[in-house]
Ligand binder design. Structure first.
Ligand code: KIV
Ligand code: ZN
Length: 515
């Protein structure tokens, strides 16, 4: 019988460590539900000790998710593990993932601990975590640059202490596929009790090798892969879930394990949800989830595909959800259809008032756009959440005049901390004019790092989804806005980023030393 590959998604934890990608509790719950629908085995929901908000988010995901295991990250410290144990208390199936660095550079420079101290702390952490759950995972951080003899000693000791999963991270994305595969087979051979734990891998993409390294590890005995939707994650990101899953599925002729339990038709929806919430757009030529991934431009290819799909296609677009999940709502759809579809998408309303508010936005949108797709609904809910949170500035009115040969001008009305304020500004284009008008009121002192527009669905009546990345004092945030008018979507995104910058942040980063 073929083994099943355990798919461990860390979009909500490592993905969230990407600058500007932070998610609210409700956004995390929506993404977790999408992952559960995809039948992902383990969802790493966050790092509970990082802040009260992170703790609440892990707890909310643990409550909401029933079928996947929910995992919380903890450094190898009692206080971290206690917090993770508490956040996961109500999970149907919970896992504590504890870690400590094992590479010489991390032990000497970051932890300032000797190898023996690190080993002792790793064992103590696993034993402590076992008091909360039987499901404990241990990671020797920066394993990809650790000494093999020491790594073997640590893994043997933590498996003895009760770690059921040992995860081998290539924390800095330094490894290459053959070497990383060899590392996994060597560890499995040399660690005497290796048969008592599942070997997992967690690869970063600094050299663009995260997926290749993970798959090489699978060929060499790893049976869990840690990955993220769209490859989101620190720096260049993590291994992309969709690429791992579709490679193993498509190349069953060579892989020693299967991903048959994963509902791959949920991939595109999850990808759009994550990019809409984080504001990290997916490049058009990105494998599996890029808008061009299944588009055939050249005449020769089109001809081949029309005669026989297999000539140029190795997967079917519908197998990853490009055409599935296309339930269309419109102007005449009632509240019930609206509520039911959102419930299917994992969105529940806390009150009738919230439902009514979202439904009235839906009706406004349906007046402008004939067919409302799931992606539109997700954007609508993201926007309701955006407005509900930390609203210091609100866009009340925007009018832009733009005509050929004239300088565009924007007139804007904002509510700032309860006061209505108006202003006008000219700009290089209508969006520039709108942003200048906002700034003439708020004088935020921020720097615009990125401005991007994506159409949520196809067609010129599609909503434009805008991301605005602002920086102030070293802090980076992404603001989002969606509207059928892209200038209005842009102003909404700008205002959203300003509101996010005001929200307090006191989050600890998991990979800082605190021993
Ligand atoms: O990259 C890494 O080493 C991590 C660990 C916490 C698993 O994210
Ligand atoms: Zn990582």
């Amino acid at each position: 019988m073929t083994d099943q590959l355990i798919v461990f998604d860390t979009t909500l934890r490592d993905g969230e460590q990407s600058p500007g990608a932070s998610m609210t509790r409700d956004e995390k719950v929506r993404i977790a539900r999408a992952l559960e629908r995809m039948r992902v085995d383990v969802i790493e929901a966050g790092f509970p000790i990082a802040s009260p908000g992170d703790f609440e988010a892990v707890r909310a995901v643990a409550r909401a998710v029933k079928d996947s295991t929910v995992c919380g990250l903890a450094r190898a410290l009692d206080k971290d593990i206690d917090r993770a144990g508490e956040a996961l208390r109500e999970a149907n199936s919970g896992r504590i993932h504890t870690f400590i660095a094992t590479s010489p550079i991390h032990m000497e420079q970051k932890l300032r601990m000797s190898p023996d101290q690190v080993l002792e702390q790793a064992v103590r952490a696993v034993r402590h975590a076992r008091q909360y759950t039987d499901n404990v995972e241990f990671s020797p951080e920066d394993a990809g640059r650790s000494e093999i003899d020491f790594l073997c000693r640590v893994l043997e000791a933590v498996i003895d202490a009760g770690a059921g999963t040992v995860n081998i991270p290539d924390t800095v994305g330094y490894n290459v596929p053959e070497q990383f595969g060899n590392l996994i087979s060597t560890l499995r051979e040399r660690v005497p009790n290796s048969d008592q734990a599942v070997f997992s891998v967690h690869c970063h993409n600094d050299l663009g090798l995260a997926v290749a390294n993970s798959l090489s590890a699978v060929m060499n005995g790893a049976r869990q892969v840690e990955c993220t939707i769209n490859g989101l994650g620190e720096r260049a990101g993590n291994a992309a879930l969709e690429e791992i899953v579709m490679t193993v599925k498509t190349r069953q002729d060579i892989f020693p394990c299967s991903v048959d339990h994963i509902d791959t038709t949920q991939i595109v929806t999850a990808s759009k949800l994550v990019s809409g919430i984080t504001g990290f757009a997916v490049q058009p030529n990105k494998a599996i989830v890029g808008a061009n991934a299944f588009a055939h431009e050249s005449g020769i290819h089109q001809d081949g595909v029309l005669k026989s799909r297999e000539t140029y296609e190795i997967m079917r677009a519908e197998d990853v959800g490009w055409t599935a999940n296309r339930m269309v709502l419109g102007k005449h759809s009632g509240r019930n259809a609206f509520r039911t579809r959102l419930a299917e998408l994992g969105v529940e309303f806390a009150s009738e008032e919230e439902l009514n508010d979202a439904f009235s936005r839906f009706k406004d949108l349906a007046d402008k756009k004939h067919e409302i797709y799931d992606e539109d609904l997700q954007a609508l809910v993201t926007e309701s959440n955006i407005e509900a949170e930390n609203e210091f500035v609100r866009l009340l009115f925007l009018s832009v005049c733009s005509q050929s040969g004239e300088t565009p001008e924007a007139s804007i009305t904002l509510r700032v901390n309860g006061d209505e304020r108006q202003s006008k500004a000219a700009g290089g284009g209508p969006v520039d004019a709108a942003f200048r008008a906002i700034e003439s009121i708020v004088a935020s002192g921020t720097e615009l790092l990125l401005y991007s527009v994506n159409n949520i669905t196809t067609g010129t009546d599609s909503q434009g989804e805008v991301t605005v990345r602002l920086e102030k004092g070293g802090r980076i945030v992404n603001g989002q806005g969606a509207d059928t008018d892209i200038v209005i979507a842009s102003a909404k995104a700008y205002v959203n980023a300003l509101n996010k910058l005001r929200a307090p942040v006191q989050r600890e980063h998991p990979q800082t030393a605190d021993v």
